[in-house]
Design a protein around this ligand. Structure first.
Ligand code: F6R
Length: 241
């Protein structure tokens, strides 16, 4: 795992640089797209670099990392909508090039298996963007998740629901369930790029990088990955020894 400690305002550019370099050598690359606050500066930097003519997504494909269960189509916090708003609307992805797990599926196991099959059919993810939860989750693989898990339904912990309440009008509106790529799924991406800023992430970053590889800190699976890049600011790096 490569850990890069830089000022927060440089992180988006650095992560975007990895995506731009990938698309330059592989224009039809498959991108793994996270949501939450962490990737927003990366998406803004990608939009700017696209505006300047430095990168095209015309042949790229994208797969969302996760999706809330039960949010209606068009709900502004549905991750499919968030990625459309924060990235797709500003770049040139082809129609239907970005897919997400179906959080409204009636047959959830079938929808999760179908999502895995769709990722595999596109050749797997080349570069997966990740954030990290304050409890060490990646995707929504909460502590206790199997290190070999695949896309499935998960229950959010009270801590994660509280962390995400800022995106909703009231804490009660945060869904209890999500569909998330599993840790086994995420580990198959060829390059993992995890972004974390702020002191609230310091303990999780320490556990991820310097603790044991354990389901108690799902992000610790990055220690097993041959190509994992972690971009953190000084505050998020504050507990690293
Ligand atoms: C979102 C996701 C989550 C977030 C994590 C951190 O798609 O998979 O793992 O990356 O909850 O969220 P932020 O970036 O909002 O602190």
């Amino acid at each position: 795992m490569e850990i890069v400690i830089v000022p927060a305002e440089r992180i988006g550019d650095l992560a975007a640089g990895a995506v731009v370099a990938l698309l330059a050598r592989k224009p039809d690359a498959v991108l793994g797209l996270a949501t939450g606050s962490s990737p927003l500066s990366t998406y803004a930097a990608l939009a700017e670099r696209h505006r300047r003519g430095e990168v095209s997504f015309a042949r790229a494909r994208g797969f969302l990392l996760d999706e809330y269960v039960g949010l209606a189509a068009g709900h502004p916090e549905r991750y499919r909508e968030v990625v459309r708003r924060e990235l797709e609307d500003s770049v040139d992805f082809a129609a239907d090039a970005v897919q997400g797990p179906d959080g409204l599926a009636t047959d959830v196991p079938a929808a999760c298996a179908d999502y895995e099959a769709r990722i595999a059919a596109e050749g797997g993810v080349d570069l997966q963007l990740l954030g990290i939860g304050t409890d060490g989750h990646i995707g929504f693989n909460e502590p206790g998740s199997s290190l070999a898990s695949r896309t499935r339904i998960k229950t959010l912990t009270p801590q994660t629901r509280a962390d995400n309440a800022r995106f909703f009008a009231s804490p009660d509106e945060v869904p209890h369930h999500v569909l998330t790529q599993g840790l086994g799924t995420i580990r198959e991406a060829r390059h993992l790029v995890l972004v974390a800023t702020g002191a609230a992430k310091a303990e999780a970053v320490h556990a991820m990088a310097e603790g044991p590889v354990s389901a108690f800190c799902p992000a610790s699976v990055l220690q097993l990955h041959p190509h994992a890049t972690v971009l953190v600011d000084e505050a998020a790096a504050g507990r690293l020894v």
